[in-house]
Design a protein around this ligand. Structure first.
Ligand code: SAM
Length: 231
């Protein structure tokens, strides 16, 4: 398989982009994976949880407040805003013993790695037998209504490769896909912010948004992969 580019992890250099993503999600998106993922963790009573690339704790916020959770992230800016406990760590080399967690979440982060396989293997190492690894990402065919102004294209971990990549490490893999008009952008300012969240520079996004008719319903496509460690 050809190596696809990874998305730049810009959380320390450009913290405004992350704030824009979160704000766009809250204002204009009808779905969010963190809720369903947290529900699944609770339904299966998976504790403790390791949240790799935890960011500012969107998964933590959806779990019951006393749920045993540990965050790990390699960005000082994100860690400063993360709930506690959280440690500075790279997903490819986790400072935890083998088989120490019942769930390992890798949400919206494996596309930042040139080698997602290494982080998936490392997630499996720290997972107990019977535990669940959970990863999610967009499709390379996400947001087709904006393809004429911006096309992210294939990346190192997108919905087209995620199930197979995770499946190289796990025998039992369950795939939950979404495909629907889950983002409603009411005006060009909203389009601009949406494009900034998708790695477009502000000025370019402003110019691109001017070429988009609004209001616009954007088709969101992606996948959550649930993988069980059996042995
Ligand atoms: C898009 S954010 C997602 C945050 C969180 N998982 C969520 O769903 O809200 C990606 C996060 O992954 C972190 N990250 C990127 N590469 C990483 C790596 N190699 N090891 C650990 N964290 C990483 C970034 O610092 C950032 O906080």
């Amino acid at each position: 398989m050809a190596t696809m580019p990874h998305l730049q992890s810009d959380y320390d250099d450009n913290p405004g982009r992350w704030r824009t993503i979160v704000s766009v999600g809250k204002r204009f998106a009808a779905t969010d994976v963190h809720g369903p993922v947290a529900e699944r963790i609770v339904a299966e009573d998976l504790r403790p949880v390791l949240d790799v690339g935890c960011g500012d704790g969107r998964l933590r916020a959806r779990l019951p407040s006393d749920w045993p959770w540990v965050g790990a992230d390699r960005s000082p800016a994100m860690l400063a805003r993360a709930p506690r406990p959280a440690v500075m760590a790279d997903a490819r080399s986790l400072p935890f013993p083998d088989e120490s967690f019942a769930a390992v979440a890798l949400l919206w982060m494996l596309y930042h790695l040139p080698d997602p396989q290494t982080a998936i293997a490392e997630g499996k190492r720290v997972l107990r037998p019977g535990g669940l690894l959970i990863a999610c990402t967009n499709s390379r065919h996400d947001s087709p209504e904006l393809k004429h102004v911006h096309d992210v294209g294939p990346v190192s971990f997108d919905a087209e490769v995620a199930p197979e990549m995770v499946g190289r490490h796990f025998n039992e893999v369950e795939v939950d896909r979404w495909d629907g008009p889950y983002v409603h952008l009411p005006d060009q300012e909203a389009v601009r912010d949406y494009l900034v969240g998708r790695f477009m520079a502000s000025e370019e996004a402003e110019a691109a948004a001017a070429r988009v008719e609004t209001p616009l319903d954007v088709t969101k496509r992606g996948v959550v992969v649930y993988a069980r460690r059996l042995d």
